[in-house]
Design a protein around this ligand. Sequence first.
Ligand code: PMP
Length: 305
Amino acid sequence: MNQTPAFIWYQGKIRPWAEATTHVMAHALHYGSSVFEGIRAYDTPKGPMIFRLHDHIKRLFASAHIYDMPMPYAIDEIKSACKEVIRVNGLGASYLRPIAYRGVGGFGLGADNPTEVAIAAWVWGPYLGAAAIKEGIDVCMSSWQRVAPNTLPTAAKAGGNYLSSILIAREAKRLGFHEGIALTVGGLVSEGAGENVFVVIDGVLHTPPLSASILHGLTRDTVMRLAREEGIEVKEMNLTRELLYLCDEMFLVGTAAEVTPVRSVDRKPLPGAMPGVITGRIQKRFFDLVQGQSPDPCGWLEAVG
Ligand code: PMP
């Protein structure tokens, strides 16, 4: 997998990989003051297309707004730059990573260091492993809780938030699981280290609400719409930990993880073959949509140009 693409868009220009560097005294390196996005482009019959680019860039700007980080470019400029990065690297299906961060200047926490922006793209296969999409994964409940709503805002996709995700992911890996799921400080289900959670109970899809310290995932939003179109009832509601043991099916969603079935929670196997019936229907709808194999009524796919 090529994770070192030849060119990166950095501060308004396409530059060779080696020249897209920042200073060691950049504020973001010390304090986690960055906001970023993860976006996928897919190969479709009409060529490479980016899925929900506009919504991702809107979320990038919303994250920057929460942290009073002025964005030196307009939404449309960042969108065009994302497309350009894919084109100049000759990529098809790929993963885009726009990042905006406080650069050099003052050293104080409240310093108004100018925002720097970079966009990279590389080929990144299924995040939880190539077999995961078909065979499912083993997850554990993390001993780490998600941040409380009045500590770090989870609606912001900010670099610093990912220290929590790193603890959850590393603990899971150390214990021999593919991924960890965190509870909120109130003890209810929140999300995976880098994915939102869905469970199927008696044919109804359930997912924790935005108030459960989750990132407002765009795949979560996509899956809720696709499920409703399929005639599957969807409920946003708080879930207790034991519901993850008792549910009929469970899956994790995210731009990187796409739609990944879960086969066991804390070593307790979930019933049925992988993927479950409803999970399989959602997977098919999702992959047909992002790969341009089905109609795109919301205009979520944007050509790379
Ligand atoms: N929660 C967390 C913590 C994440 O990092 C991600 C991945 N960005 C998600 C949920 C899923 O969000 P999305 O579907 O927008 O990628």
